[in-house]
Design a protein. Structure first.
Lengths: 114, 112
């Protein structure tokens, strides 16, 4: 089954606007993590939200988690051109032991236009 | 700040050749992973390694793949006989005990 499906697949906004990306998943999770990837580069961890948390903030990032709907959203406020990247959600599945492999979505490609 | 380092950043190899992708995880980390990302596709889990043995592997991680932690610092992924479809970005990751994994910059493998 698919896990960690993001929408939209692509998002184009103007600098200063807010960007919202959504992620849905199918099975119970320990936590959900958001990562960023600049074109062809490495994966940078942004924020982790545990299954018993509903909202978390880090700088201009706000993440929500709704376990009843099995969905999460990532909000980037006051976007900058440097926020242009792909954003991925990754889920750490419940009852997967301590292995904690991550299951990834396809990502949202965000373009912030100056 | 400690980081996961991967070498080389880009490797081009002929089909059928063996390649070894190298990773130096963060020094006090205990769990190690390889993931891959075919261009335009999802990041996929390949294998996890803990206590000097594979703890889990995916269907992708067949007999052509192997991992080693030969000297307590390096963590390598070997592909014995590369195929065109092995072309991808390969990411190494490590974590200590908490849930957050730290990723390297990746090795782009191109099989020609």
């Amino acid at each position: 089954s698919q896990q960690g499906e993001e929408d939209p697949q692509a998002l184009s906004i103007q600098e200063g606007e807010n960007a919202t990306m959504n992620c849905s998943y199918k099975t119970s999770i320990n936590n959900l993590q958001w990562y960023r990837q600049n074109s062809g580069r490495g994966l940078v961890h942004l924020i982790l939200i545990r299954s018993n948390e509903r909202e978390k903030h880090s700088g201009r990032l706000r993440v929500t988690l709704d376990t009843s709907k099995k969905s999460s959203s990532l909000l980037i406020t006051a976007s900058r051109a440097a926020d242009t990247a792909s954003y991925f959600c990754a889920t750490d599945l419940h009852n997967a032991g301590n292995n904690r492999k991550l299951i990834w979505g396809l990502g949202t490609s965000l373009a912030v236009n100056p | 700040e400690p980081e996961v380092t991967q070498t080389p950043s880009h490797q081009v190899t002929q089909m059928g050749q063996e390649v070894i992708l190298r990773c130096v995880p963060i020094s006090n980390h205990l769990y190690f992973y390889w993931y891959r990302q075919i261009l335009g596709q999802k990041v996929e889990f390949l294998v996890s390694f803990y206590n000097n043995e594979i703890s889990e592997k995916s269907e992708i991680f067949d007999d052509q793949f192997s991992v080693e932690r030969p000297d307590g610092s390096n963590f390598t992924l070997k592909i014995r006989s590369t195929k065109l479809e092995d072309s991808a970005m390969y990411f190494c990751a490590s974590r200590r005990t908490g849930p957050e994994a730290f990723f390297g910059q990746g090795t782009r493998l191109t099989v020609v």
